[in-house]
Design a protein around this ligand. Structure first.
Ligand SMILES: Cc1cc2nc3c(=O)[nH]c(=O)nc-3n(C[C@H](O)[C@H](O)[C@H](O)COP(=O)(O)OP(=O)(O)OC[C@H]3O[C@@H](n4cnc5c(N)ncnc54)[C@H](O)[C@@H]3O)c2cc1C
Length: 420
């Protein structure tokens, strides 16, 4: 089907079904029942559309002022990972909750001693009958306070080399053995958290992708993260946090669709990712659009935005075709870091002294300032810029791999492993 036909079909459906007086829960359920929430997911959960067609659906949602699919890590990471590695029973158990926005997920990967070198993770799960007992610590867990379920990487075989003894679980966050402690960022908010597991429990049927096969699932999650964060999708609907604890389910969908975007780090990141149009409007509003230097920088930013959008579509197409994206996931992620820095600098240049204001006192409700403070995060999460450079060096330029003697050594015998 051509993209225009998809737009027409979805517009017709939306005309019948979009009603601003629905609650968010009702709106998301309607979209999910009609398979429009994630139209790029395979049947019966989605419609198997191409990423480009799915982007067109999102654009229509934006045009009619309707909120988009549930935002967050369930939709972006857990769903695609379960589709790729979960069994049918797990797909039926987890995917509907993501699509209807009833269930929020967090990503329990990073640890104090395992970020870029994720396979050094020490959090462990030990089998106890039909359950696993989990002990250890995670950190930088975005949305941990709001999450119902977590994508947990835990070590299940310390005798295997570090990449080979890891399993991937869907763990319930609301249980006595899980403690979530917020970490305050320089934005003033606490987006991410520390999570402590003390004899937490997870059922064996929540093991995704097979025992000790978690690294494959982790790679799928990380590939989707890089592509998802690669942004630049242009226009589209407002993303709304899912889950009971997110507090949006009972809100009027029309109010949420039109809501102010102030005060949200995710939105600030999105602005960095596709900010040229917004900054163009800002420059016009402030009478700076005739300044030759600002015009030049706006044109550069617009070009980068467009290149980034096409790169992201390429990477998403690779995922939709059943593979993993190649180096375009890394170049896309690096481009977003670059775009974010440029957007920050240009935004503050346009604002001039007004850049010192915040919140409702500032133009665009303080979005540029939000982005400026949030911008360092973009070069870190989803794999830092340096790590993306390494991937490009090795996989595109054919440079020698980073030296590492620990790949075939049992985790237990590594220095990090002996600290457990
Ligand atoms: C806003 C935000 C949200 C996040 N949300 C989540 C989340 O929800 N769940 C989750 O699990 N994690 C999350 N993270 C964590 C993120 O994935 C890690 O911060 C990231 O992988 C880097 O790991 P690290 O912080 O341990 O840094 P380190 O790995 O310790 O790196 C420190 C520095 O060394 C550099 N470095 C490391 N290794 C190499 C190398 N081999 N070559 C060259 N340079 C290298 C890095 O680039 C970096 O500059 C989040 C991070 C941020 C900033």
């Amino acid at each position: 089907m051509a993209t225009e036909d998809v737009r027409t079909e979805f517009k017709a459906w939306a005309e019948e079904n979009w009603d601003p007086d629905l609650t968010m829960a009702e709106w998301w359920k309607r979209m999910a029942d009609a398979q429009w929430t994630a139209p790029h997911w395979p049947e019966p959960y989605g419609k198997g559309l191409s990423p480009q067609d799915a982007a067109a659906v999102r654009e229509v949602l934006g045009e009619i002022g309707a909120p988009g699919p549930p935002a967050g890590l369930g939709y972006m990471l857990a769903g695609p990972t379960i589709i790729a590695h979960g069994n049918d029973e797990q797909k039926a158990r987890y995917l509907p909750g993501i699509l209807s926005g009833q269930v929020a997920w967090c990503q329990l990967f990073s640890e104090p001693g395992a970020g870029s070198d994720l396979a050094s993770l020490q959090c462990k799960a030990v089998k106890d009958g039909e359950e696993w007992i989990v002990n250890g610590q995670k950190v930088w867990t975005s949305g941990g306070m709001q999450a119902d379920l977590g994508m947990l990487l835990a070590r299940t075989n310390p005798d295997a080399p570090k990449h080979k003894g890891i399993s991937y679980f869907a763990i319930e966050m609301d249980q006595p053995g899980v403690e979530v402690r917020p970490l305050r960022e320089m934005t003033g908010r606490a987006l991410f958290n520390e999570v402590f597991f003390s004899d937490a429990r997870v059922n064996d049927d929540a093991l995704i992708g097979g025992l000790n096969e978690g690294w494959g699932g982790a790679l799928t999650t990380l590939a989707n993260e890089r592509v998802g964060l690669g942004g630049g999708a242009g226009g589209g609907a407002v993303g709304v946090a899912p889950g009971r604890k997110g507090g949006n389910l009972d809100k009027r969908a029309g109010d949420v669709g039109a809501r102010s975007t102030r005060g949200q780090s995710g939105t600030a990141a999105a602005m960095g990712a596709r900010g040229a149009k917004m900054l163009l409007k800002l420059a016009k509003d402030m009478g700076r659009n005739n300044d030759p230097i600002i015009r030049q920088k706006l044109a550069e930013l617009y070009s980068l935005d467009e290149i980034s959008r096409f790169t992201q579509l390429r990477a998403k197409s690779a995922i939709a075709a059943g593979g993993r994206p190649g180096p375009e996931a890394s170049t896309g992620k690096l481009t977003i870091s670059n775009i974010t820095r440029r957007s920050r600098d240009l935004g503050l240049q346009i604002l001039g002294a007004m850049g010192m204001l915040t919140g409702a006192d500032a133009p665009l409700n303080g979005m540029v300032q939000e982005m400026a403070i949030f911008s360092p995060a973009v070069s870190i999460y989803g794999g830092s810029d340096e790590v993306q450079h390494n991937i490009i060096g090795e996989r595109v330029l054919g440079l020698p791999k980073e030296p590492g003697s620990d790949k075939d050594v049992p985790f237990r015998d590594l220095k990090v492993g002996t600290q457990r």
